[in-house]
Design a protein around this ligand. Structure first.
Ligand SMILES: Cc1cc2nc3c(=O)[nH]c(=O)nc-3n(C[C@H](O)[C@H](O)[C@H](O)COP(=O)(O)OP(=O)(O)OC[C@H]3O[C@@H](n4cnc5c(N)ncnc54)[C@H](O)[C@@H]3O)c2cc1C
Length: 389
């Protein structure tokens, strides 16, 4: 049995190892366009490789996988995050679970993962051909019994003549540009529990929010960019961002809390009495944005002033125009439509012997190790399907 794998990334290399271990007699050739296999894995997680997540707090897989949650549920039935943890530890990589549920090698070195996968591929006899860009899947299918496409982002041209349904690729996991907004002067300010949403849509996300010199970033914004990736692409990254600096409280609840604060501190300056959760510079900015003088005392704010402040705290509006990369980390939303594949085997419905795994599929996740988990799991499933043929 001869199998070609296109792309020596996380999904391709993991698939190759699993396949050769199940079928030592099989020929497994990986074609890699670049000069080095696993080049992306080497830079994941800022060079530390956030290889999976404990999935704690994820109630519905859609929260982690805005695209492909149903497929991932099936795939995790075969190989999930616990299997990933066990697999890497059995192979000698010690792992650490962080408080934020992200899993890293204890060495905090992505190269440990790269070296391990390279060593295992050598041991089981996978042939890797670097600097070998495949230009036609169709041509390769004539040469091999099975072809697994693990090219990461979708490449047009590769699938010519196969009549596949493709979901147009757009970026996901980016930060928001707020050109001209004075909030950028507060760069470096973090609010640990904010929520961010897009006006006129159902897209919202919460978590830490970071103000940067170009706009807003941090987990809440990255998550929102993932949930709304296609919507934002269609709108040309021109949208109204609404920030609730209090996390989840509504304007009414906050209004009541502000009234209490005003009653307790009538002679204190509003700008000097900030809640613990809002850093003082940001508080001063929000107070002045609510048209309350910086030196005003609580007794002077009046009912209208308190209403305006409650509104700014819970529904603070910004004009987003454009997006930026977050530490060069991004994933592709879109790719090979899931309608093309059998979700129990990852085999193409129209072309027996053709499989897909990893980011080339229309599956992508928020940050936190979920994208690499999808690559390991789908790579594993493709290997099992081929080996059981
Ligand atoms: C900077 C950065 C940091 C990231 N950090 C994390 C993280 O910490 N945790 C996490 O879960 N996710 C992270 N991600 C996302 C994660 O890296 C990807 O989702 C994952 O690597 C996808 O794996 P893959 O095997 O599908 O594709 P890739 O890893 O992209 O591999 C695809 C391979 O195919 C090759 N290729 C493409 N076309 C061809 C062709 N025609 N012929 C031959 N070869 C081809 C490419 O050169 C590449 O080597 C990060 C992404 C980036 C960019």
């Amino acid at each position: 049995m001869k199998t070609a794998i296109i792309g020596a990334g996380a999904a391709g290399c993991f698939c190759a190892i699993q396949l050769k271990r199940r079928r030592p007699d099989a020929t497994v050739d990986i074609f890699e366009a670049g000069r080095r296999p696993l080049a992306k894995v080497a830079v994941t997680g800022g060079g530390r490789c956030n290889l999976t997540n404990s999935f704690e707090g994820i109630r519905d897989l859609r929260e982690a996988y805005p695209r492909g949650d149903k497929l991932m549920r099936k795939v995790f039935g075969v190989f999930d995050h616990e299997d990933t943890w066990r697999w890497f530890e059995n192979e000698g990589v010690k792992l650490t679970l962080q408080e934020d549920h992200c899993v890293f090698p204890t060495s905090q070195d992505a190269m440990e993962i790269v070296r391990l996968l390279m060593a295992r591929m050598r041991q089981v006899g996978v042939n890797i051909r670097t600097s070998s860009r495949v230009t036609s899947v169709k041509a390769l299918l004539e040469e091999y019994d099975n072809v697994v496409v693990t090219t990461g982002g979708y490449r047009s041209g590769l699938f010519e003549g196969l009549d596949l349904e493709i979901v147009p690729p757009v970026p996901s996991l980016f930060t928001f540009n707020l050109p001209g907004s004075p909030v950028r002067e507060l760069m470096g300010t973090v609010v640990e529990n904010a929520s961010a949403s897009l006006a006129g849509t159902r897209f919202s996300a919460s978590g830490p929010l970071l103000i940067t010199h170009w706009g807003m970033s941090g987990p809440a914004i990255l998550k929102l960019s993932s949930y709304a990736a296609r919507h934002l692409a269609q709108s040309g990254y021109d949208a109204t961002l609404l920030v609730n600096w209090t996390g989840g409280d509504d304007a009414g609840t906050i209004r009541d809390q502000l009234s209490e604060m005003a009653a307790r501190n009538p002679q204190r300056q509003v700008a000097n009495t900030h809640p613990d959760t809002i850093p003082s510079r940001l508080w001063t900015y929000l107070v002045t944005k609510s048209k309350i003088r910086e030196d005003a005392r609580w007794a002077e704010t009046g009912s209208k002033g308190l209403n305006r402040l409650a509104e700014t705290l819970t529904n603070d509006s910004y004009h987003v125009k454009g997006q930026s990369r977050f530490k060069e980390e991004f994933v592709t939303c879109g790719g090979v439509a899931l309608s093309n594949i059998n979700n129990k085997t990852l085999e193409c419905v129209k072309h027996p012997g053709l499989y897909f795994a990893g980011e080339v599929l229309d599956v992508d996740a928020i940050t936190g190790g979920f994208n690499l988990q999808a690559a390991w799991s789908t790579g594993y499933m493709a290997a099992v399907s081929i080996s059981e043929k």
